[in-house]
Design a binder for this molecule. Structure first.
Ligand code: ASP
Length: 574
């Protein structure tokens, strides 16, 4: 079709030129003898003016039209529009297609329910702000492709239909028609394949990979999602992280023109938990956690003396608005983390107040004030109990207050590596031990002796990149010695038969000259979300699922016909 320009290309430089444009009617205003049309195409909006006497077809919002006309200067420029200094005086408008009244308004601001937005996703995606998110997403991918090839990486696809191998989350299973009763699994990540590509000698691999995890959804999670998946041979941890942060720096530059200062700082998992109560700390504000164990070590108050951990944060200037209701909510939060409750102490008129104080000795109260800096109208939020409950609870409360008090400056970015994660973690509920990252993670050399004595003490060569409190990516140095790999599987409770059945091919492969290797995966969706400035991951995925893992447009997942089930040899049990 004939088109001379994209809308946003037009400026005063095109004055008096004849142009032909294509697009959608975004708005129509009839001012008696003049008709104004905002014409929208992928690039943006331009104002079209139709003078009295020019015959045009009936056009309404979202009609598709071709406009032929001449570029003129506007009497009064519109600074909000990129093309605000000009307008196109129409000579002819050709109707290409009409449109029904749309169930949501095609504009950046929308009050449409998310369910409506997802059901009419093709209209939701027509909103300029959504198109901006996808431009950013596309720029990230372009940057990855060019950076990786400049740095001698090769892009290789790995299968979607894989053998089942639980990596942590639940898998999506795909029944095999040719082998009734057998199933493929969709990959949670290409983890073992990319390691095998290192055994195969490719040295540097990457892939923009679709991954699938059947998990409970949250605002920043989706059942199918996309990772920038990377694996390298022969780099030590700092060489690898340095390469990766250069990639991140380019992504920030190309998408939002932001200069990330390098090198990124590295914080141990231990420090992140101690200070921020999170392995993905948002370090753009303070409200840090304080360890009060020493203050209460020999407390007469049994609940404190016996507690594995006692920690507190001080929230400034909120004592007067910390009502009974607020305290009840905080206690509710503590219950969600498996604690009985928490303690709030206020500082009012220069003194600490709170029912807990009568349980504590004068020395303890003084100790409390020595460790914490508490000013008038501040509150202390104190939690005692199992450390794997106390610490994340206070981390979550810290984030809540950081937001509530507006401590985070919009448009600022905070990037860091969190390193030295524990190799294993113990399930709070069941007491079972499992791999913190995945079982292919290499334990730190100096911690190898603990594998036999106390595996929970073992730290690993694992690293996450954290951006503004989001885990934007993570990875590990890998085990390349089959004896260590077997030992890790054993600690995870896998019998030799289990190991052979699930990972036999993999453990086998390690024996054929495996290079030292390391890798990571960035969450492409998370990166796009952070750089797009939204906190909803669904905004940066074209056709996402809702929080119930349903796509309201296609209705997936749907039941299938009896015939389909029969072919697969599957019976549905109610
Ligand atoms: N496969 C890992 C993940 O998805 C990343 C990695 O270790 O490379 O979290």
């Amino acid at each position: 079709m004939e088109r001379s320009h994209y809308n946003s290309e037009l400026s005063l430089a095109n004055l008096n030129q004849k142009v032909t444009l294509l697009g959608w009617v975004s708005k129509r205003r009839n001012l008696g003898s003049l008709l104004f049309i905002d014409l929208r195409d992928r690039s943006g909006i331009v104002q079209v003016v139709v003078n009295d006497g020019v015959e045009i077809p009936d056009v309404r919002n979202e009609y598709v039209i071709q406009v032929k006309g001449v570029v003129a200067a506007r009497g009064v420029a519109n600074p909000k529009l990129k093309t605000g200094e000009i307008e196109v005086v129409a000579e002819q408008i050709i109707l290409l297609n009409s449109a029904k009244t749309t169930p949501l308004i095609i504009a950046d601001e929308t009050d449409a329910l998310e369910e409506t937005r997802l059901k009419y996703r093709y209209l939701d995606l027509r909103r300029p702000v959504m198109q901006k998110y996808f431009d950013i997403r596309d720029t990230i991918k372009m940057t990855v492709h060019s950076f990786m090839h400049q740095n001698h990486f090769i892009e290789i696809e790995t299968p979607m239909l894989c053998a089942s191998s639980p990596e942590g989350a639940k898998e999506y299973l795909v029944p095999s028609r040719v082998h009734p009763g057998s199933f493929y699994a969709l990959p949670q990540s290409p983890q073992m394949f990319k390691q095998l590509l290192m055994v195969a000698g490719f040295e540097r691999y990457y892939q923009i990979a679709r991954c699938f995890r059947d998990e409970d959804l949250r605002a920043d999670r989706q059942p199918d999602f996309t990772q920038i998946d990377i694996e390298t041979s022969f780099l030590d941890q700092n060489q690898f992280l340095s390469l990766m942060e250069n990639l991140v720096q380019q992504i920030f530059k190309n998408t939002i023109n932001y200069d990330v200062p390098l090198p990124l700082r590295q914080m141990t998992y231990h420090e992140a938990m101690e200070r921020f109560g999170s392995d993905k700390p948002d370090t753009r504000f303070g409200l840090e956690l304080n360890n009060l164990k020493a203050v209460f070590a020999s407390s007469g108050f049994a609940a404190f003396a016996a507690a594995e951990a006692i920690r507190a944060i001080v929230v400034p200037g909120v004592a007067d608005i910390t009502t009974r209701k607020v305290i009840d909510e905080l206690n509710l939060e503590a219950k969600k983390f498996g604690l009985g409750g928490l303690t709030v102490i206020k500082k009012e008129n220069g003194v600490l107040t709170g029912s807990i104080l009568k349980m504590l000795s004068e020395a303890e109260i003084k100790g409390l004030e020595d460790v914490l800096t508490v000013n008038n109208n501040d509150i202390i939020i104190l939690a005692a109990g199992a450390d794997n409950r106390v610490t994340p609870l206070l981390g979550a409360i810290r984030i809540k207050y950081g937001r509530q008090l507006g401590l985070v400056k919009e448009g600022t970015y905070d990037l860091l590596w969190v390193i030295d994660f524990p190799m294993f973690e113990r399930d709070v509920e069941t007491g079972e031990i499992h791999a913190s990252h995945h079982p292919f993670t290499r334990p730190r050399d100096e911690d190898l002796p603990y594998l036999d004595t106390d595996p929970t003490k073992v730290l690993s060569y694992a690293y996450d990149i954290v951006i503004n409190g989001y885990e934007a990516g993570g990875g590990t140095m890998r085990i390349y010695n089959q004896d260590v790999q077997r030992k890790i599987f054993e600690i995870l409770g896998l019998s030799p038969e289990d190991i052979n059945k699930k990972f036999g091919y993999f453990v086998d492969a390690l024996q054929y000259g495996t290079p030292p290797h390391a890798g990571m995966a960035f969450g492409l969706d998370r990166l796009a979300m952070i750089l797009g400035g939204t906190d909803n991951i669904r905004d940066v995925i074209a056709f996402p699922k809702n929080l119930a893992a349903v796509d309201p447009m296609t209705n997936a997942p749907t039941p299938v016909t009896d015939k389909q089930l029969e072919e697969l040899g599957i019976k549905i049990v109610e």
